[in-house]
Design a protein around this ligand. Structure first.
Ligand SMILES: *Cc1c(COP(=O)(O)O)cnc(C)c1O
Length: 229
């Protein structure tokens, strides 16, 4: 199927999930995850009105950003950020969803070029506690958020989660609701957050039911990645 058809299907899925959850369709933004796919695929999606794209691998993302600069797209870094990559990320991306250490946030803030708007960031939370997984523990998210929110060249937008694939809707809903509860706790503590980045190709409906504001969808738009993650 074409990218255009796939995008229509994904948008319809989001609309239906919003309708059945009693939410406005425009409450949920679609982030098209283009990792491993060439600039041409991104350009096709952009021609269908898609503006926001997510990349996991920084070098690959930076190359696509440069190639497609004239399209004026919004680029989100959703993969792990090592210290030696913060300068590239700060210079080229509009968002980073995967901040889980203060040191990385500080470097991103210091290295954000003064000519650009503050870098939008989400704190990645290891919501289901999987061993060895990226993300801050839920119990540490509040303290990290308060440390990040004062950094001058960042704008803390919210939380991001990547739970383990769930067997069914109900299981996915439970874990996404834990993320929503944590998000609400941070907001109640005075943090002005507007973004809950959760839900992927397989579980976007459950994420939308649990109040996700941004679903990150790759394979359902661009196709399988043939073994690559
Ligand atoms: C690859 C990836 C996605 C998209 O996954 P699909 O299952 O292809 O929709 C979303 N978020 C992150 C962080 C990813 O690495």
């Amino acid at each position: 199927m074409t990218i255009e058809t796939n995008l229509q299907i994904v948008r319809a899925r989001i609309q239906e999930a919003c309708a059945s959850a009693g939410r406005n369709t425009d409450a949920v933004q679609l982030l098209a995850v283009s990792k491993t796919f060439p600039p041409e695929a991104v350009a096709q999606a952009a021609a269908c009105g898609q503006r926001d794209f997510g990349e996991n691998y920084i070098q690959e993302g930076v190359e696509k950003i440069a190639t497609l600069e004239s399209l004026g797209l919004v680029w989100h870094c959703i993969g792990p950020v090592q210290s030696n990559k913060t300068r590239l990320v700060a210079a080229h991306f509009d968002w980073v969803h995967s901040v889980d250490r203060l040191k990385i946030a500080q470097r991103l803030s210091e290295q954000r070029p003064a000519t650009l708007a503050p870098l939008n960031v989400c704190i990645q939370v290891n919501i289901d506690g999987g061993a060895g997984k990226a993300g801050v523990a839920p119990t540490e998210a509040l303290a990290l958020a308060h440390d990040i929110v004062v950094l001058p060249h960042l704008r803390l937008r919210g939380l991001m989660t990547i739970p383990e694939p769930a067997a069914d809707f109900a299981t996915a809903l439970l874990v996404h609701r834990q993320a929503k509860a944590l998000f609400d706790r941070l907001c109640a503590d005075g943090l002005a957050l507007d973004t809950l980045s959760m839900g992927m190709s397989a579980d976007l409906e459950a994420a939308v039911h649990a109040s996700s504001t941004m679903v990150r969808v790759g394979s359902a738009i661009f196709g399988g990645r043939g073994g690559a993650v």
